[in-house]
Write a protein that binds this ligand. Structure first.
Ligand SMILES: Cc1cc2nc3c(=O)[nH]c(=O)nc-3n(C[C@H](O)[C@H](O)[C@H](O)COP(=O)(O)O)c2cc1C
Length: 191
C-alpha cells in the first residue's frame, strides 16, 4: 500500500521571486549586474539607468556607474557587466576607450556575461561605440549575452528618440531573465 503525501516543493519554488533564487540556486544571492557608462551630455546616462531599471525588475541586483567611478578590482563581484557610451567620430569616446584599456589589465573577467550599448545618430553611416565596446568585451573572453543595442539621439545634445528609454528597460528585463534561464538549464559560466 502506498501513502501519497503531497509535498509542494515545485509549486512553492515557482512562487519564490527570482531575486531569492539567484543564478546559483535557491536561497543563494541574486545575480549582480553592473551597468557602466560614459556620457558627455547625459543621454547615455539615461539609457544606462533604464537598462539597470529593467535588470532590477528581473530580480538582478543592478547598479549603474560612470566609467570614472569604477573600481576595476571590484568587477569580479558581478555576473553581468554592461558597458555603454556615446558614439563620437564613428566610434567610442576617449574616456570609454581609456576605460576599456584598463580592463585589459583586469583579472577575472573571462566567462562573465557582457553587453554593449551606445547612443548615436540614426544614420547607417553614423558608426557605433557599441560595436567597438562589444568587440573588446569578446576579446576579454566575456560571454556576449545579447547583441549590442543603440539608442538614437535626434541631435548631438539629444533628446533621445521617443521610446528609447522604454526599449532599454525592456532589454534589461530580458537580459535579467536570460541569466536565470541559464541557471535553470544548468549552464554555468565561471570567471
Ligand atoms: C564630438 C562629437 C562627435 C560625434 N560624432 C558622432 C558620430 O560620429 N556618430 C554619431 O552617431 N553621433 C556622433 N555624435 C553624437 C553623439 O553620439 C551624441 O551626442 C551622444 O549620443 C550623446 O550622448 P551623451 O549625451 O551621453 O554624451 C557626436 C557628438 C559629439 C559631441
Amino acid at each position: 500500500m502506498y501513502l501519497i503525501v503531497h509535498v509542494p516543493v515545485i509549486s512553492h519554488l515557482s512562487r519564490v521571486p527570482r531575486r531569492k533564487r539567484g543564478m546559483h540556486g535557491y536561497n543563494s544571492k541574486p545575480d549582480r549586474g553592473l551597468v557602466i557608462f560614459d556620457s558627455k551630455i547625459g543621454n547615455t546616462e539615461k539609457i544606462a539607468k533604464s537598462l539597470a531599471g529593467g535588470l532590477l525588475r528581473a530580480g538582478v541586483d543592478a547598479v549603474c556607474v560612470n566609467t570614472r567611478d569604477v573600481q576595476v578590482d571590484s568587477l569580479t563581484e558581478f555576473d553581468l557587466i554592461a558597458i555603454g557610451g556615446p558614439t563620437q567620430m564613428f566610434t567610442a569616446s576617449k574616456p570609454m576607450k581609456d576605460f576599456l584599456l584598463k580592463l585589459e589589465k583586469t583579472e577575472g573577467l573571462k566567462g562573465k556575461y557582457g553587453f554593449a550599448f551606445d547612443t548615436k545618430f540614426g544614420s547607417p553611416l553614423a558608426g557605433s561605440a557599441a560595436k567597438f565596446i562589444e568587440k573588446r568585451l569578446a576579446e576579454l573572453g566575456m560571454k556576449i549575452v545579447r547583441p549590442r543595442q543603440s539608442a538614437i539621439v535626434e541631435k548631438s545634445e539629444g533628446p533621445l528618440e521617443e521610446g528609447e528609454m522604454e526599449a532599454f528597460e525592456r532589454t534589461g528585463f530580458e537580459i535579467g531573465n536570460t541569466l536565470t534561464k541559464d541557471e535553470k538549464s544548468g549552464i554555468k559560466y565561471s570567471s
